[in-house]
Design a protein around this ligand. Structure first.
Ligand SMILES: NC(=O)c1ccc[n+]([C@@H]2O[C@H](COP(=O)([O-])OP(=O)(O)OC[C@H]3O[C@@H](n4cnc5c(N)ncnc54)[C@H](OP(=O)(O)O)[C@@H]3O)[C@@H](O)[C@H]2O)c1
Length: 315
């Protein structure tokens, strides 16, 4: 098989041996693989793949067709359409997926949409509902709301009846984000639209101190992205007086069992919304895998609405 391959910080499309499934694994012929910031960091040598994933083939999410199954797999068969978060290796013709992480792809979904779903929606779901316990009618702020995770988070918050404010720094993207079910505003203006019960913090240091001042009593903040810096000075008195909870997480570092729990929750709570077309995967662009370098460059430029997804190269 061929795969996007990191060679001395460069991206090439190279031959590799076909993957062989372990007992609980599926081999998937990849038709869509979303790009994430972690892939750009891995390319630069800052974010190595976890043990068990190919060290030089990036890609943390995929959708495709099952072409082989391990002997202990039970839920999926050859020919099924699946999508999953994986530890790495998604940006390839063939990839291994532990069956416990796989979800069925709704029939109406295109391959690029399915390839851009798992990481963004799993991350947003886990942060809003599992970490922050978002409930009906609460007030939510999503920072960095135009990107993959942000556009997913806005839709999930809106679907649960929350009043959602989307903080978007590019003015030309605000109307599109508002159609997802939020009041869409410039980051400073968004803070004035609080107080907020739950914040999906996707920007990090550039945003967090302002967010603290916009929190409601007993508010919860999930720190998920630090593209705007990882070190910040925060007002601990505000944390105490408002009885705030600040949590953080990454999906990639979790164990196989922990990842299966997230996939099960997303399959149960979010995929039905996708099937009912109540949430959708926003696609900024697709690129063939043999042009991954251009795709990564576009990702790094910012100003995106939703996901950039790699698809198989044209024959
Ligand atoms: N913890 C986890 O498990 C996990 C999982 C997935 C993603 N993440 C992280 O979560 C973040 C969002 O992921 P994503 O896939 O949605 O990325 P994305 O598509 O690149 O979106 C990031 C969004 O944040 C905005 N942004 C970045 N820096 C900003 C700043 N200083 N001020 C205002 N807005 C800023 C971007 O705006 P511009 O377009 O204007 O730059 C963009 O809209 C990333 O940092 C990613 O690494 C974490």
């Amino acid at each position: 098989m061929r795969a996007v391959t990191i060679v001395d910080g460069d991206l090439r499309y190279l031959e590799h041996p076909d993957p062989v499934p372990g007992d609980t694994e599926l081999v998937v012929a990849v038709h869509g693989a979303g790009i994430n910031n972690a892939d750009l960091m891995q390319r630069q040598g800052f974010y190595p793949a976890p043990a068990g994933s190919p060290p030089d083939i990036p890609g943390m999410e995929l959708a495709g067709e099952v072409v082989a199954t391990g002997r202990d797999t039970t839920r999926f068969s050859i020919g099924d359409r699946v999508m999953a978060v994986v530890g790495g290796g998604a940006q390839a013709e063939l990839a291994l997926v532990d069956e416990s992480a796989a979800m069925a792809v709704p029939s109406h979904l295109s391959w690029p949409e399915a390839g851009g779903f798992p990481e963004a929606f799993s991350t947003a779901y886990d942060a809003l509902f599992t970490q922050c316990g978002l409930s009906l009618g609460e007030r939510v702020l999503v920072t960095g709301a135009a990107g993959g995770v942000g556009s997913a988070g806005v839709q999930l918050a809106a679907a649960t009846g929350a009043r959602c404010v989307a903080s978007v720094r590019h003015a030309q993207l605000r109307d599109a984000v508002a159609t997802l079910g939020a009041v869409s505003a410039d980051p400073d203006e968004a803070l004035g639209l609080g107080p907020f019960d739950v914040v999906l913090e996707l920007v990090g240091a550039a945003s967090i101190s302002g967010v603290l001042g916009a929190m409601a009593v007993t508010g919860r903040i999930a720190v998920i992205g630090v593209g705007g810096g990882a070190r910040a000075e925060i007002d601990l008195l505000a944390v105490m007086q408002r009885r705030l909870r600040i949590s953080g997480s990454t999906l990639r570092a979790r164990t196989r069992v922990e990842k299966a729990v997230v996939a099960g929750a997303v399959e149960h709570h979010v995929v039905p919304l996708l099937e009912a077309r109540r949430v959708r995967v926003l696609l900024e662009a697709t690129f063939p895998m043999d042009r991954a370098g251009e795709a990564y460059e576009r990702f790094g430029q910012g100003g995106k609405l939703g996901k950039i997804v790699l698809v198989p190269p044209r024959p």
